[in-house]
Design a protein around this ligand. Sequence first.
Ligand code: ZN
Length: 228
Amino acid sequence: MAFYRVCPFCNKGSTILDYNIQHSGSLEFDEHSDSNSYRLNILSICCPTPECQKHEIFFRKFKYNKDKKQYELVYKLNIEPKANIKNFPDYVPKQILKDYEEAKLILDLSPKASATLSRRCLQGMIRDFWKVQKKTLHAEIDAIKDQMNDDDMYNAIMALKSIGNIGAHPEHDINLIIDVEPEEANELAGLIETLIEDWYIAREARKERINRINNISIQKQIVKNGTP
Ligand SMILES: [Zn+2]
């Protein structure tokens, strides 16, 4: 079975074929408390990109479904890399990458803390990339709204801020507990990835493109004038 995958080590997309995948043998056991059958195994996916070829490793637990008469995946743990953390270039500030990585690492353990870290990451990026600093994150997001010129993204960033607030500030009514689900925290960390790409990586690519054009122009001038 072939499927498309982006490698968490090199960030390159490729088609994974059967021979890129390896399974360990299964460890099987019956749980007496719930009279269910379980199966454990390790799976590795090797990146087909020649300069990478790193193995992503998962631990998986399956439970036997008596009605469907087949094993179904009930738990998956990333062993290497520990979380699906994207590798970003060095020109993205260290502190931002650190918060992002931590937000990814604690997704399942504490989605609320992860959301708070994504929020912190967002604030760090607005201050560093847009050079905007106000009393509140809300005011900072509003300050970049016109320059961003993307209403959908503005709304998504505001949502990230609000969900991140759940962990950052206690509600006025301390008995009111709002939870953040792991999938929601994962979406927020994913939005941070998009912002790093849209802001830092796009700016660098633009800079490189302009430099290349300017270099071509200089080369042409030299040829035209005949002097180095
Ligand atoms: Zn790779």
